[in-house]
Design a protein. Structure first.
Length: 565
């Protein structure tokens, strides 16, 4: 009877998760990363294609190399188009299966059905899962977790025999590779698997079993650092700042497990209050000592605590990536360790089963009620960033993205206030500078817009829209050749930025036959002639007369300039 009930749970757990989160199916895309991942990504929003597949395996767009994530987004577009319903549905299906994987893993770790169900529901319904489930961009989280947990389950199904069948090795390596190809969250997995190994296993057996996994993890760790460095996301901090950030992050992951309030889509990096990091370090050290002393009577407590520490270590800012101090989505793997600690402690109390269930399901109800209360904040861009500003009024990212949303809705006055607030908080934040410049340009205040674009590009030359906006502002203010130079450089740098081609051809068409000998005109023509074939190809110029006219336009200035000199 119990075995039949457990098999029924294999279906009830995913169904229950889908019912709980069903409201997210009506939620929208948001303007943080969703455009880059799906909505405005030319390779993704055309669905699956050979060109898209080649791009997925060759790009570090958005600062990551995660081809399986790109392919999953392309598949969504092929199936559902750009309707957010289908994209949310796929995230939810993956998360519901991840919750089932947690249940099966807890059963493999010798917890009974009741405690395993409590642990799985606590994991699946916890408010820290909202970001990964509701935010379409975070497909990489739920997809990586799906294959990562599957890898652990495959590993435990081997019954710890060294000479396992070939299919087991193939399945293990393939599943782990897919997890890393979705997102390298599980780079610590080989060390977590060492914890699962029985104490009877020799060191040589353990190393043979995880050697290939360690190799994969090392390769992907190097790829992560390279991709983030290419995107400019690796931050330079002192050793002391890294230690402070690391301990504060680990303290936050521990604290939000029990008190998941004041959540935000983005937690800006800031210097910690003196003494906070050292206090958290002492707390973590004390917890480690307590769990270590409890290991003989209850080894799962020590196992779960080590899981938490190992899983949280690369996610805690000791290597600082991006502008956030920590993130809710990064708690998924570390929290599994704390769940094991909690279930082990609950089991050790040896209460009657009914009391144990009452307490366990009480915790599940507590976290699910908070998730239900916080879920509507993710409905759209406006709701999530207003929620973030309620949590942290000094959140420059929230001001910027809320301003962008209001800007698109035509509420320019309030949008400008948020852009200005973001720049006050983070004067070098290129996105806010570009956005405020664009708004000022549309208001006809070009003398204010141009310095904002120039400062934005000085801070981050990779923002194509800032290049385009600066060129447009130059042209609109009468500095035609300054604008053409900026656009020509953008065409060479980012030929996929579609608006540049039409604007460039329109403006340059008005200059044909004009042998302007100014320095800026000559600078433009020099760049044109040096990159003639490449620019012609980018502009898809199939009109020989137009090409000839453009060449004559460039050559006339060069000849004139030579004559002058």
């Amino acid at each position: 009877m119990k075995q039949n009930f457990e098999k029924i749970l294999w279906f009830l757990i995913p169904i229950g998760l889908i019912i709980f989160f069903q409201d997210i199916l009506s939620f929208d895309f948001i303007n943080l990363d969703d455009p880059g991942y799906v909505v405005e990504n030319a390779f993704v929003n055309h669905g699956l294609s050979w060109d898209g597949l080649r791009w997925a395996f060759s790009t570090t767009h958005m600062g990551h190399w995660h081809p399986i994530t790109w392919i999953s987004h392309m598949l969504d577009v092929s199936l559902f188009g750009l309707d957010p319903f289908g994209h949310h549905l796929m995230n939810l299906l993956l998360h519901s299966l991840n919750t089932l994987w947690v249940f099966l893993l807890l059963r493999r770790l010798s917890f009974d059905v009741s405690l395993s169900l409590i642990g799985a529901l606590f994991f699946g319904l916890h408010p820290m899962r909202l970001e990964s489930v509701v935010w379409i961009t975070e497909r990489k989280d739920v997809l990586s977790t799906f294959f990562g947990l599957l890898t652990i389950l495959i590993y435990t199904w081997s019954d710890f025999r060294l000479k396992s069948k070939l299919w087991w090795w193939v399945a293990l390596l393939a599943s782990y590779a897919l997890s890393l190809l979705a997102k390298p969250t599980f780079v610590t997995l080989p060390f977590l698997l060492l914890l699962i190994e029985p104490s009877t296993s020799t060191i040589s057996i353990r190393l043979k079993r995880i050697g290939a996994l360690v190799t994969l993890a090392s390769i992907f760790s190097a790829i992560v650092l390279f991709s983030q460095r290419q995107a400019g996301a690796l931050k330079t901090f002192s050793v002391l700042e890294r230690l402070e950030n690391g301990f504060v992050s680990m303290g936050a992951y521990w604290g939000k497990f029990f008190f998941p309030f004041e959540t935000s889509i983005f937690y800006p990096w800031h210097s910690s209050t003196p003494g906070i990091a050292s206090g958290i370090f002492m707390g973590l050290l004390a917890s480690t000592i307590l769990c270590f002393h409890a290991r003989q009577r209850n080894p799962h407590i020590w196992f779960g605590w080590l899981w938490f520490l190992i899983a949280a270590l690369p996610l805690s800012g000791f290597v600082q990536i991006g502008g956030q101090i920590f993130a809710d989505r990064w708690t998924m793997l570390p929290h599994m360790g704390l769940i094991i600690v909690g279930l082990s402690a609950l089991r050790q109390l040896e209460w009657p089963e009914r009391r144990t269930q009452l307490v366990g399901y009480g915790f599940v109800f507590f976290v699910s009620a908070i998730s239900w209360w916080q879920m509507p904040a993710w409905r759209n861009t406006e709701t999530i960033f207003r929620h973030a500003l309620e949590t942290s009024p000094d959140n420059f990212m929230a001001h910027t993205n809320l301003g962008s949303f209001l800007d698109q809705k035509g509420n320019l006055a309030e949008a400008a206030l948020h852009y200005e607030a973001a720049i006050r908080l983070q004067p070098e934040y290129a996105e806010a500078l570009n956005n405020l410049g664009s708004l000022r340009a549309r208001q006809g205040r070009l003398s204010e817009a141009i310095p904002l674009f120039e400062k934005s590009l000085a801070r981050d030359p990779s923002i194509s829209s800032a290049h385009y906006n600066l060129g447009l502002a130059y042209v609109s203010s009468g500095r035609i050749y300054d604008g053409l130079v900026v656009w020509l450089q953008l065409l060479l740098k980012d030929p996929q930025y579609s608006m540049t081609r039409s604007s460039f051809l329109e403006v340059i068409g008005q200059r044909l036959g004009n042998c302007d000998e100014s320095d800026r005109a000559t600078a433009f023509r020099n760049i044109w002639m040096q990159n003639h074939s490449q620019v012609s190809k980018i502009l898809a110029l199939d009109n020989p007369n137009l090409i000839k006219s453009l060449d004559q336009f460039a050559q006339c200035s060069l000849n004139s300039s030579s004559a002058v000199h």
